[in-house]
Design a protein around this ligand. Structure first.
Ligand code: NAD
Length: 411
């Protein structure tokens, strides 16, 4: 019996030892498992963070590459080849407002022809970027100057383009617009007289106002509201023409007057508020295309290279009376909205809003005079010109969004 009790005690002791061993094993094992799990969690988290950082870096690299590409397109590797002209043919040409939309295209053409160019601009609406392709070239000079102040230089020809041209710009400071077109024009006419240069004045179809004659020929005197919101520009240009012919008669000078109709093309202002740029930008951003009034008012638009050819032909002619330079193909604003919407694609709806005060209802140049005396007429079709302009605005929009962060929308 004693033997049996001893055996039982031994067995019980052994059982307790076994239980202890099992519990020690379980404790050790569970600790190891939890350490492994923590390590696994940490590794997973680290991998996730690294992956996210890599994705962010890749996105940043793409953005920097795009920025680099757009900067590279702006920094010319070398100048375009210009024609060599001997001193008898080479002219010193001043372009006021040469850093603006039209002026910069005129600069390009005259530079390529081999002339010496001096651009004068106060950069109110113009920008250095428009002429940077020539900065540093031996035939090119850029002067920061406001033409309301006199200028003393030696030149053979003056293309006088300096003046804000779009309603939001010229209405921003109406008094300055009038000064630029009166005092500024007097300064340029005075300069032309002193150095015996031929001067071309960039006038406008706005001198016809809201015309009651259609199409508008140069003999039409116009229908302008002298105290309306557009008067600072319309009347400013009319006085500019009056001054030009007063100087020509009194001082026996060589003058040219171009009455420019609506023009469009690359380097137009993003926010100049004119039909073409507004509609293209709205369509490119899938915004509503806003048409002021019924949209039945008409406009005729010329592509900028046609205008440049017309201005040079006029300067080189010996014709002194005003000449209309414009494209007579007329479209309603509604038609423009549809054409641009189709060209750009996208989902923009066309929306009609209240009409603008003194908005001319019809505009179409009679270009018989330009055809007869300058042998000039526009060549670029609306579709070709608009496609080039759309491509330009696409690039500008991309650059603008990049510089000003993605949250910015235009118009
Ligand atoms: N673009 C058109 O559809 C159109 C139509 C009719 C007439 N025009 C005339 O053609 C000319 C050029 O027009 P744009 O469309 O190139 O306009 P724009 O605004 O792009 O260019 C005008 C240039 O003149 C400069 N300027 C303005 N005031 C100045 C001052 N006081 N001193 C020096 N520089 C000054 C501006 O900085 C700008 O570079 C203007 O005289 C305009 O009235 C243009």
């Amino acid at each position: 019996m004693i033997n049996f009790v001893t055996k039982l005690q031994t067995l019980f002791t052994l059982f307790i030892i076994l239980l202890l061993c099992i519990s020690i094993y379980i404790t050790i094992n569970s600790q190891t498992n939890s350490t492994n799990k923590k390590e696994y969690d940490n590794t997973f988290e680290n991998t996730y963070v690294l992956k996210k950082e890599l994705e962010d870096a890749a996105q940043r690299i793409i953005e920097l590459e795009q920025r680099l590409q757009s900067l590279e397109t702006r920094i010319p590797k070398k100048y375009a080849e210009v024609t060599f002209l001997n001193y008898l043919k080479k002219r010193r040409i001043l372009i006021t407002g040469g850093a603006g939309f039209v002026g910069s295209h005129l600069v390009d053409t005259l530079m390529l022809q081999g002339h010496d160019l001096i651009v004068v601009d106060n950069f109110f609406t113009g920008r250095k970027q428009n002429v940077e392709q020539w900065i540093g070239h031996e035939n090119f000079e850029l002067i920061h100057h406001d033409i309301v102040n006199p200028l003393f230089i030696e030149v053979d020809q003056i293309y006088h383009l300096a003046s804000p041209a779009s309603p939001p710009h010229y209405m921003q400071n109406p008094v300055k617009t009038i000064k630029t077109n009166t005092l500024g024009t007097i300064n340029m006419l005075g300069l032309a007289r002193r150095v015996n240069a031929t001067i071309l004045i960039a006038s406008t179809s706005e001198v016809y106002g809201d015309p009651d004659k259609h199409p508008q020929s140069e003999s039409y005197w116009g229908h302008v509201n002298p105290i309306g919101p557009r008067a600072c520009y319309d009347e400013g240009k009319r006085v500019s023409e009056t001054l030009t012919y007063a100087y020509a008669k009194q001082e026996n000078m060589n003058v040219r007057v171009a009455r420019i109709f609506n023009t469009y093309g690359p380097r137009m202002h993003m926010n100049d508020g004119r039909v073409v740029s507004n509609f293209i930008l709205q369509a490119l951003q899938d915004h509503e295309i806003t048409v002021y009034g019924s949209g039945n008012q008409t406009r005729s638009f010329q592509y900028v290279s046609d205008l440049v050819d017309g201005l040079i032909a006029l300067m080189e002619s010996n014709y002194t009376l005003p000449v209309n330079i414009g494209n007579p193909v007329e479209h309603t604003i509604n038609e423009f909205a549809t054409i641009i919407k189709e060209l750009v694609g996208g989902n923009s709806a066309i929306k009609h809003v209240a009409e603008v005060e003194d908005d001319p209802q019809r505009r179409k140049p009679d270009i018989a005079r330009a055809k007869k005396y300058l042998k000039w007429e526009p060549k670029v079709s609306l579709n070709v010109g608009l496609q080039k302009t759309v491509n330009y605005f696409k690039k500008e929009l991309k650059l603008f969004r990049f510089v000003h962060s993605n949250s910015v929308t235009i118009i």
